[in-house]
Design a protein around this ligand. Sequence first.
Ligand code: 3NM
Ligand code: MG
Length: 539
Amino acid sequence: MVFAKEDVDYSLYLVTDSTMLPPGTTLCSQVEAGLKNGVTLVQIREKDTETKNFIEEALEVQKICKKYNVPLIINDRIDVAMAIDADGVHVGQEDMPIPMVRKLLGSSKILGWSVGKRSEVETLAKWGPDMVDYVGVGTLFPTLTKKNPKKTPMGTQGAISVLNALEEFKATWCRTVGIGGIHPDNIQRVICQCVSSNGKRSLDGISLVSDIMASTDACAATQKLKTLINGTKYQFVECKLDATLPTAASIQKVLFQVSSNRPLVQHITNKVHQNFGANVTLALGSSPIMSEIESEVSELARIPNASLLLNTGTVAPIGMLKAAINAYNEVNRPITFDPVGYSATETRFHLNNTLLTYGQFACIKGNYSEILSLAELNKDKMKGVDSSSGDTDINLVARATQIVAFKYRTVAVCTGEIDCIADGTFGGEYKLSSGTAGVTAEDIPCVLIEDGPIPIMGDITASGCSLGSTIACFIGGLDPTGNLFDAVVGAVLLYKSAGKLASTHCQGSGSFHFQLIDALYQLFHENKPEKWSASLKKF
Ligand code: 3NM
Ligand code: MG
């Protein structure tokens, strides 16, 4: 059987590994369970099977694949693929060079290659459309399946680089599947986030091993995966993800919801911020808890209207941070991420990137330097963790905020003299292959808050961190009908207005500190956003 290459469906690509079969199952029974429930492509990848057995197994699997009219790919063993007339071959970077494989296989067979780097994409683009048909993009996340992992997990941002390279080098024919550590809890995030910067392509499929092969109920496991892949909406927070521009009335609604829901705001934050953040949270009718206990994060996340502020200024143990991200993501409760000093040191750069790879954030908030670095528009290294002042180009800052929002499918906030907020959630919508249908970061909703400088803000500690507390309160306080973008914009507007008010009443930085809490308290309880939303502009 020869499959027309353009007809191959890469959406759910099962790779085998018979070393992980649960008792009572066989290679064939697991593959058939997968095929019966929607696997669209099969690869036999058996690293420790002798040739004779490999061929016997491959022939068995081939029969089943034919029954379901699904192509069969063989990993690495070009001889076996040719001997049984399989539909294609998959090779890695350390295997036989692609041009040789193609020569042996002939032009009609499917040829897949594992890639992780831009340079590898450049190579396949130079070879042209007759060489590589699809790439396995990975390793995305940590996995125990690969026995001798040579690659460090690239995360969704690594996959985005590969998709960008395919666009840049115009390898339009080449299809893509993500691989490595993909499971039901991250599959939607992977499809959602892995979109090229030009919005023209997303992954064409998901490839995985253990989620089906090691499952004691491979039918149910496949059905679950299929539902998530075919889904169109990724509801990572319990509220509305629609980027209509906020109004005074919509922000007023947010404040009402916050006061009636009294969110519990868990702070994992730096020491300097803890006391101030707790008081800011209380001033906003919310309950703070400053907990860094790993064993209670799941319980906390399950409290109604729980919200997590994750600020990496001083750092809790990485295991605890990951557990917290998992716990909140699992129950669709919001996380506000404040990557303090994002790239100020190598350590911070790695820590923040590890966390960014690890979960889905409702909001990512940073100062000018942090957001510019996150958007990869800042070539200079940051100095310290404070925002750099000076002559920043607001157009560049707004662009960077949009890029961060787009890349991480989040609401991004950039704070400074002018604040900038962009909504990159796309209503949580996702789709294989076609990405955002060409919509790019530049096109996403973005607002500016031009409230002029409040210089005294810089004379107290943790003023930026406490904006994080305010955002976490507002998102956490939303009803399921409330709107994420309204909540974030409302938080920034209120915080800025409170800062201005406090700065006119204070006598110095000491009294500014408590005046700021008073002002937050007053403006929150008064709830008249029409007084402070005048400075809001569409970018
Ligand atoms: N190739 P699981 S990762 C076979 O990065 C394979 O190229 C990878 O297994 C690559 O779905 C991987 O169980 C293992 O994590 C994927
Ligand atoms: Mg190989």
